[in-house]
Write a protein that binds this ligand. Structure first.
Ligand SMILES: Cc1ncc(COP(=O)(O)O)c(C=O)c1O
Length: 473
């Protein structure tokens, strides 16, 4: 069937056709409008923080290849761990069997996770780690004869692209086409201090957006009603869990939290007897300057989700950690109380072996301390942008530097995720040898931890100059 649309269907007729042409013939890329996209960048090799194109150009990987890479590309120790494991055992069913890398990784994680997270459940990626957490929380209650239907999540949340993870995420351009198939969640304010949902200033507020103080500072009953505290008052006995991205909400706008908010989430969950789930898919393994973001407020969630950097960025692996209290609720002579969840590649030995090797490297290289250094370099390079006419806010946490662009500094108006400024800046960065992918008007850098001071200075200089070139006077 032909619909007469101007689709580009290049048919490469020889081995020498470029990767981009062969790609255009058959591939469909994630989060990409295939009709209007620019040609994809053919990458043939990676080394350290750099990626090398088919045409020989070199690019600094400024987003750690979608937030996964921490030790640099093609790391000799990770390469060796992968090869050694492949020679021994590449995969086996994890329902009936167990294996050394799977056990070793669980032991190593329990040593470093917030105290009390002692049970490890594997899956395939960040979204499945979240799906597992949601199902685990739901069945935790039903195994005890309670039907708790409500999940409370935060505005601006992003938890992944599977149906449960999308339901828990903010209703946005990402989820709109799928709205009819999503389940309802209750949403509470996020501590987005630059755009405070309570209309307050961080310098003088008491984290009123949490809703633990009885509302005098709330600008309206609606603003008060959407605080986590008020939502828990309203729905408490029906709430299965509160699900949050601790300290840094990622794809929903790179929002950095005051640590007091995180501490307050734990306090409120305890006060109302509901479970707390921390989605550390982005923040885990050092990204925020602590091994896990929950450490910023010294909290232990009941369930924690991890993925992305867990394997150093080599292979997909999801991890959902739980306390013994959660686990115990599934132990029964009655087999209907089993946790009926699994994937073909659950506990893949190659991924587990890489994750163990990556944990070794994190310790050997002092990676968490290194991220704290990167934070100071990012501050030095990006904070001067705060006075730029097109910049509303500059936020830094650990190895993540964020610049929020606005079209008007007073009204803070901005184009959001679909703002054309995103693709425009992406191209300008690429022309300078820097691979970044702004979330519309949110420009951010999140390089692998092996970046040097000099390279960080180069990176922040490019960001300053490109923003100034595109959006200066
Ligand atoms: C906080 C958070 N949770 C979940 C996910 C989903 O992870 P994945 O893309 O591996 O499915 C992401 C991905 O960006 C994320 O940032």
């Amino acid at each position: 069937m032909t619909d007469g649309s101007p689709k580009v269907r290049l048919k490469p007729d020889s081995e020498s056709a470029s990767l981009a042409m062969r790609d255009a013939a058959h591939l469909w890329h994630p989060y990409t409008q295939m009709l209007t996209r620019p040609e994809p960048l053919p990458i043939v090799r990676g080394e350290g923080i750099y990626l090398f194109g088919e045409d020989g150009r070199r690019f600094l990987d400024g987003t750690s290849s979608w937030w996964v890479n921490i030790h640099g590309h093609s790391h000799p120790k990770l390469n060796a761990a992968l090869a050694a494991q492949a020679r021994e055992l590449e995969h086996v069913i994890f329902a009936n069997c167990t294996h050394r890398p799977g056990v070793e990784l669980a032991e190593r994680l329990v040593e470093v996770l917030p105290r009390g997270l002692t049970r490890i459940f594997y899956s395939d990626n960040g979204s499945t780690a979240v799906e597992v957490a949601i199902k685990m929380a739901s069945q935790y209650w039903s195994n005890q004869g309670q039907s708790r239907r409500t999940f409370i999540t935060l505005h601006h949340a992003y938890h992944g692209d599977t149906v449960g993870a999308m339901s828990a995420s903010e209703a946005s351009v990402f989820t709109k086409p799928f709205a009819p198939m999503l389940f309802d969640v209750t949403r509470a304010h996020a501590p987005y201090c630059y755009r405070c949902p309570m209309g307050l200033e961080r310098s003088s507020c008491r984290i009123d957006c949490l809703g633990t103080e009885v509302g005098p500072a709330a600008p309206s009953p609606e603003a008060w009603g959407a605080t986590l505290g008020a939502q828990l008052e309203r729905h408490g006995g029906d709430v299965a869990a509160v699900l949050v991205e601790p300290m840094l909400q990622g794809a929903g706008g790179m929002i950095v939290w005051p640590r007091e908010f995180l501490a307050g989430v734990r306090r409120l969950c305890d006060a109302h007897g509901v479970l707390m789930i921390a989605d550390e898919v982005l923040t885990g393994f050092g990204r925020t300057g602590r091994l896990f973001a929950c450490e910023h407020a010294e909290v232990t969630p009941d369930i924690m989700c991890m993925s992305k950097a867990v394997t150093g960025g080599y292979l997909p692996l999801g991890v959902t950690a739980a306390t013994e209290r959660i686990y115990d609720a599934f132990l029964s002579e009655d087999r209907t109380r089993t946790f009926f969840h699994g994937h073909s590649f659950t506990g893949n030995p190659l991924a587990c072996a890489l994750a163990v090797a990556s944990l070794d490297l994190i310790q050997e290289t002092g990676a968490v301390e290194k991220v704290q250094q990167i934070e100071s370099w990012l501050r030095r390079g990006l904070e001067p942008l705060a006075s730029h006419r097109a910049v509303g806010d500059v936020r830094i946490i650990g190895g993540v530097g964020i610049v929020e662009l606005v079209s008007d500094k007073v009204t803070k108006s901005a184009g959001g995720y679909l703002d054309d400024v995103g693709p425009t800046l992406t191209k300008a960065f690429l022309d300078r040898g820097l691979l970044l992918r702004p979330l519309g008007n949110i420009v951010y850098a999140m390089p692998p931890y092996v970046i040097t001071e000099h390279e960080t200075d180069w990176l922040t200089t490019q960001i300053r100059e490109v923003i100034d070139g595109a959006l200066g006077e």
